[in-house]
Design a protein around this ligand. Sequence first.
Ligand SMILES: *Cc1c(COP(=O)(O)O)cnc(C)c1O
Length: 363
Amino acid sequence: MKSTVYNFASGPAQLPPELLAQAAADIVDWEGTGLSILELPFDSDEYRAMAARTEADLRDLLGIPENYHVLFLQGGAYAHMALLAMNLLGNDSLANYVITGHWSWRAATEASHFARTRIAASNRETGHHDIPPPDTWHVDREAAYCHITTNETANGIQYHFTPDVGDVPLIADMTSDFLSRPVTISEYDLIYASAQKNAGVAGLTILIINNNLLNDKTGNLPAVFDYSRQAASGSRINTPPVFSIYFTGLVCRWIKNNGGLLAAERSCKKKSELIYNIIDSQPTYCCYVNENARSLINLCFSLPNAELHKSFLEQASAEGLKFLDGHAAVGGIRASLYNAMPYDGARKLSEFMEDFAIRCQRS
Ligand SMILES: *Cc1c(COP(=O)(O)O)cnc(C)c1O
């Protein structure tokens, strides 16, 4: 039996206990076949059926239109920041990036080695505390795409709208808010997400890509990095991350059985409200993100000094509230409230925070 700890890490993150139990059983004997899920050859009918089921459940959950491919790749979102530029851009084409924090900056930097990139808008100078209003963005009409990061995992900033960038294809890194709320897929041309935040376990990067973007053959990419070739081969050019694909299927069905993405979104709102209420009512805590851009998934805030920061983390950890340290590039505290974080975990954290603040003010 696992003891009750709540894992507030940004990723790999907390997973639903019932899915861990299911996976443990399937590692020994997958669905009564006498095979371990870890032993499935990737050219077997069994593997194909399993991967097709994960894809069907993902399509159903997100309402992915027919004219989009779903790719199950590796490398993590970080690798695809460069790979998508290599796939979608010729030597002289241009891509636009909207900078809202750590990960969108990384995305622009990675792409800049392979293409001309231009920053359409940035909140960098003002300190990463809001989303620049879309009517101030400079989106180039001839841009091959405009890239956004829907949830800035390190900074605690989230889009609560889909920006309109006209005819320019919109690309989104959704790694940390994927499957946390409904998305109108047709508003985007490419969505990518690592699985280990909210959609499963490490090893899998999911791409949802408009077929239009696959027509273009840009040249001499290694086969496994070539989106068109991966799409044509059912993401089976080389060995796919079998277990991670299986686990994402479990997560999709778990979300569905718990009311779908609308219920997931409601749960995110309820859990994050508990924490933000304490932040806003206790002077010990400071959240520098503007209210309308606050993330419901990764809540970032800070304490007045390094000493209090340290004792907050130590005391929280002693109470089973783990991994609350902020991203190294940003500092502060970060509480990640993915789908698998139960309401009770958020409540326990909010109670601890209130108690900690009151003790600070007394001393
Ligand atoms: C975690 C994260 C990444 C990096 O994911 P890897 O799987 O480590 O490559 C990229 N973008 C966002 C928004 C993230 O949260």
